[in-house]
Ligand binder design. Structure first.
Ligand SMILES: [Fe+2]
Ligand SMILES: [Fe+2]
Length: 229
């Protein structure tokens, strides 16, 4: 049994925004995702770090969820900035159930347990530099509460792992709110996505300030879920 993470599948099976138009790594990306997930076994778990589907509603995303549900292993999904289909957890769960999509869970104000570890996290946000606006600070305050709720739900789990959509560190930007909460709950490792293309060279990876950062945007990891533990 293994735990994996990948972000930014950007599926568009029921809509008209396939990422293949960008070429390069995104060429034939749905097949690459299938191939990348082929190594997972049914009892493996993969956290999908946001930007899951281009659909604007659950209905528009149905084909993407069917695709995700059919991939091997259980999946835990968190929200990205492009997940416009996102609804309340109860609506999403009943939509999955109604449509026979099994083994897909939502990470939102909660956590999941995996061996001695707790899988925690939230979307995150940007509030540094040009993004430092009152509006963005409000969103960040809400995200901080979500991360805190998720980590609190982990109780006394031996290891607390954090998954984000937005990177808590990028280039010289530091998301102090998210890092403060991770420190408070003794989080030592986190995974994130969101960054694509040229931005990837500014990704913070490795240990900074006692936390190990890893970027798992699909196009950065060749569409292959990355081993967490
Ligand atoms: Fe993305
Ligand atoms: Fe994103």
């Amino acid at each position: 049994m293994s735990l994996y993470a990948i972000g930014d599948l950007h599926l568009s099976l029921g809509t008209d925004k396939p990422m293949d138009v960008f070429g390069g790594e995104w060429d034939n990306y749905v097949e690459k995702i299938k191939a990348g997930f082929a190594k997972l076994r049914p009892d493996d778990v993969c956290v999908i770090c946001g930007d899951v589907s281009w659909g604007m509603s659950l209905e528009e995303s149905l084909e993407d969820f069917r695709f995700i549900g059919a991939l091997p292993g259980k999946k835990i999904i968190l929200k990205g900035n492009h997940d416009y289909w996102w609804m309340t957890v109860s609506k999403m769960a009943s939509f999955f159930e109604k449509n026979g999509i099994n083994g897909v869970d939502i990470l939102n104000n909660n956590c999941y347990f995996y061996e001695n570890a707790a899988i925690c996290g939230t979307r995150g946000w940007l509030t540094e530099g040009e993004f430092d606006t009152e509006h963005n600070q409000k969103i960040m305050a809400r995200e901080t509460l979500r991360l805190r709720a998720s980590l609190a739900a982990a109780g006394d789990a031996e290891v607390k792992l954090c998954f984000f959509h937005y990177p808590p560190r990028f280039k010289d930007m530091v998301c102090a709110d998210m890092i403060e909460v991770m420190d408070e709950f003794s989080v030592k490792k986190c995974w994130y996505g969101h960054i694509h293309g040229l931005g990837r060279k500014f990704a913070v990876r490795g240990i900074v300030g006692g936390i190990d950062y890893e970027m798992v945007s699909a196009d950065f990891v060749d569409f292959e879920p990355q081993l967490v533990m």
